[in-house]
Design a protein around this ligand. Structure first.
Ligand code: PNS
Length: 157
């Protein structure tokens, strides 16, 4: 079985994340959307809240499941027989960061990383910006799934 992981902070998931998850699901037999901890970022949602939202928005994709992990991504891959990491690339600055992580993960464990070009319609999207816009009452309804929009509204009320 060809199994891949789409790892991320998903704090919260955006339409850009969803696009990459759907496209990865069309390439692999099974895709695990894994919520991991990025030490550089402070979270708004708990890991459980992120998993709830991800479960809801991926429910229609039969070969996608969600999970969380508090350690190294490569250890998750090893423990679950995952040979590929699939991530989206929005920009050249993403590339620098993603390339470094891809090389580190390959060095640590041999796991391959597939960097998929983002749909240009979502190039400007990031969870951080979505949170900032929502914090000040901006309309993010075209940027995130409806469940995420509602959770943002409740969280920031
Ligand atoms: O959505 P993000 O914040 O860009 O995702 C980054 C993430 C969570 C995938 C990355 O920080 C990660 O893999 N964290 C788990 C710990 C780990 O393996 N760190 C070494 C990365 S080379």
């Amino acid at each position: 079985m060809r199994r891949a992981v789409c790892p991320g902070s998903y704090d919260p998931a955006t339409n850009g994340h969803l696009d990459i998850i759907e496209r990865a699901a069309s390439l692999f037999d099974e895709v695990v959307v894994a919520v991991l901890i990025n030490k550089k970022k402070q979270g708004l949602f708990t890991v459980e809240e992120r998993l709830d939202m991800l479960s809801e928005v991926t429910a229609r994709l039969p070969n996608v499941r969600v999970d969380s992990w508090h350690g190294l991504l490569v250890d998750y891959c090893r423990a679950h027989g995952i040979a590929a990491i699939a991530k989206g690339l929005r920009s050249v600055s993403d590339f620098d960061y993603e390339l470094q992580m891809a090389q580190m993960n390959r060095e640590l464990s041999g796991v391959e990383t597939l960097l998929m070009s983002n749909n240009p319609a979502y190039s400007f999207l990031s969870s951080s910006l979505v949170k900032e816009v929502a914090t000040y009452g901006g309309d993010v309804s075209d940027m995130v799934p409806a469940v995420v929009r509602e959770r943002l509204r409740a969280k920031l009320a």
